[in-house]
Write a protein that binds this ligand. Sequence first.
Ligand SMILES: Cc1cc2nc3c(=O)[nH]c(=O)nc-3n(C[C@H](O)[C@H](O)[C@H](O)COP(=O)(O)O)c2cc1C
Length: 310
Amino acid sequence: MKKILVVYFTQSGQMKDIVHALCMNIEGQAEIDYAPITLAQPYPFPWVAYDTFFDAMPESVLGITFPVQPMPELLEKDYDLVILGYQPWYLSPSIPFNSFLQSEWAKVLSGKPVITVIGCRNMWLNAQEKVKQRLIELNASLVGNIALDDKNPNITSTLTIVRWMLKGQKEATEKAPEAGVAQKDIQDTARFGPTILDWLRKGQQDDLQTQLLAQGAIQLRPNLIVMEGNGARLFPNWANNARKLGLPGDPARQKVLKKFKVTLFISIFILSPLSGGLAKLKTLLQKKKITEDLAYFKQTKYIKGKIGKA
Ligand SMILES: Cc1cc2nc3c(=O)[nH]c(=O)nc-3n(C[C@H](O)[C@H](O)[C@H](O)COP(=O)(O)O)c2cc1C
């Protein structure tokens, strides 16, 4: 029997549901171990207040790690495949997931084929570039990526994610749809399991990502590539400025974080219809580049500096 390790982080339980759905159709045909990542000092969920939510920005963007609960059991078996379930925070891998990737337990990835599974609002490209880079350092080989996002328009998904993150309500209300990845999309992730197991059994010969893409593993919206690139360029300045004023929880950095929050909301709610239009125009004017970018972000290779360039 093939041995598969599934390492994941989740706050709300969404990523747990995704990885379990992914493996649903191959349970019993492979030995599957699930390993949730837990920070020694977890972040609250729901986050309740904007201040705590935005206080996680600098360390997310700068890739600063915190201790994770030990996971020595990961190093006890010789796995055939590792599946990593994670989410972006502020266009970077979430702090708990990044903390795992930089921890000694990430040695389990050395020499292994790895599939990443992302559950996000709609911006994951910059985070995945950082993950690809780290996987290379860990001597792991990224063979597949499945990205699940919120298919609602950008403004709608921002409104519903605020409700979800601050109050814990993912379900639809009378006025607004459910937040995050739709339940149907989560359940449909089950279609990838047999493809992955077949690929493993056949000696990993074919290109797995091509097969996953044929099953709809990634649907990219070109204007979001342009918009995420803008954010990826600007976020590190905000993060450095806040970090200079204090460590997590220090009220001294709240001034910068509040300005960041206001700027972010203005750019999403007021400017995004405009910048979305400009981004669409850019995708039309730079058709060749956008087509190349779309192809690049759908596959698993890493080329430095692909996101955030003007
Ligand atoms: C602090 C924070 C920042 C986030 N930033 C992003 C982001 O940059 N892009 C995005 O698509 N989703 C973002 N999200 C949504 C998450 O990627 C994820 O979909 C959501 O938190 C649910 O994940 P869970 O499985 O941990 O509950 C963010 C969530 C949090 C808590």
